[in-house]
Ligand binder design. Structure first.
Ligand code: NAI
Ligand code: MG
Length: 327
């Protein structure tokens, strides 16, 4: 997106700590000089309990009309009648690429996770004696995720395709297509079995730059990477389609700490910075990233990172820092 009109953003704070971290991210965005027109949507478990619908058709139509979505987190109860809102949004908006950057003392990599098929295809049955989930991998799905990953790897160093093709036929297709795309685009690439990748993330993290992988593997490896960095609360993501996008911290609604005012807002702030980059405001994005780096370096952090500050204190310190910097 380009041009200087104020972008219109669907705001979905969600449940649990979702609203707490989104409030913080918006305050920091404002201090960084980022202007958006936020259109709020009540989506998630709270809405479902009140009305029986977590995300309505009208919401979907309205959301599709806006520039992008900024999302907090939602609670998915273990109730078969409840359909995951996030999975539905990813499908309806065809947000096939989940981009998750991890940068810290021990890691500097990006996980590119396929977001629409694999073991999350939704093709499944459950009976008393047997249950099945279809791990759907298509050439089209693999090609478009490989293309997104190659775009990123071209600006960085190399691509690693993470798979389990020694056991899974579906991953033979995934690997083959990823290699074809990387070759065609002249992107340096290698590949690794997912179990080896899980191990190497811990013992040899410098082996990785851009990783591309299927849905479930990407889900698991990203929480592992967040653990290596020190907290799920630090990490951000962009869910991208061809011209749509949804930005969200990778953590969930954290019911164990919701309402206590201690959630780490950095994942949500970094997600908002990724959104501003996508909206064509790289200077705002950079200011937000710099402020976050400053907070981490000076120990201005929440308790999940060993700090002693509340969400509000971290937010105020970041906002003050950004306001001071602009004078
Ligand atoms: P979670 O990410 O909500 O929490 C895991 C652990 O990390 C908890 O101990 C929590 O306190 C901590 N944590 C997470 N974010 C934090 C933050 N910003 N600051 C400090 N600590 C943080 O995952 P969990 O507990 O497995 O799931 C809770 C609910 O969230 C479930 O209903 C689940 O379905 C949903 N969920 C939603 C997601 C989304 O909306 N994108 C993603 C993952 C889970
Ligand atoms: Mg996850």
């Amino acid at each position: 997106m380009s041009g200087k009109r104020t972008p219109k953003v669907a705001l979905v704070p969600g449940d649990g700590i979702g609203p707490e971290v989104i409030e913080s991210a918006l305050a920091v965005l404002q201090a960084a000089g980022g202007e958006i027109e936020a259109v709020p949507f009540e989506v998630g478990l709270g809405r479902w309990k009140r009305t029986g619908t977590a995300l309505s058709e009208e919401d979907l139509i309205a959301i599709k009309d806006l520039d992008c979505v900024l999302f907090g987190a939602i609670t998915t109860p273990p109730d078969p009648a409840y359909k995951s809102v996030l999975l539905r949004l990813r499908k309806e908006l065809d947000l096939y690429a989940n981009i998750r950057p991890f940068k810290g003392q021990r890691l500097n990599l990006v996980i590119v996770r396929e977001n629409t098929e694999g073991l999350y295809s939704g093709i499944e049955t459950i009976e008393d004696e047997e249950a099945r989930t279809v791990r759907l991998i298509t050439r089209r799905g693999s090609r478009r995720i490989a293309e997104k990953a190659c775009d990123l790897a071209k600006e960085r160093q190399k691509l690693t395709v993470v798979h389990k093709s020694n056991v899974l036929k579906s991953d033979r297709l995934f690997l083959k297509v990823c290699r074809e795309v990387a070759l065609k685009r002249g992107v340096p690439h290698d590949d690794m079995y997912v179990d080896a990748a899980a191990y190497n993330l811990i013992v040899r993290p410098e082996a990785f730059d851009v990783l591309v992988t299927t849905n479930l593997f990407g889900d698991i490896l990203s929480d592992e990477a967040a653990g290596i960095l020190g907290s799920l609360g630090l990490c951000a993501s962009a869910n991208l389609g061809d011209d749509r996008a949804l930005f969200e911290p990778i953590h969930g609604s954290a019911p164990d700490i919701a309402g206590k005012g201690i959630a780490n807002p950095i994942g949500a702030i970094r997600s908002t910075a990724m959104m501003m980059q996508w909206l064509g405001r790289p200077e705002v994005s950079q200011r937000m990233e710099d402020a976050v780096s400053w907070a981490l370096q000076t120990g201005m952090t929440t308790t999940d990172l060993g700090g002693s500050y509340a969400t509000r204190e971290v937010t105020e310190a970041l906002a003050l820092r950004l306001t001071d910097m602009s004078h």
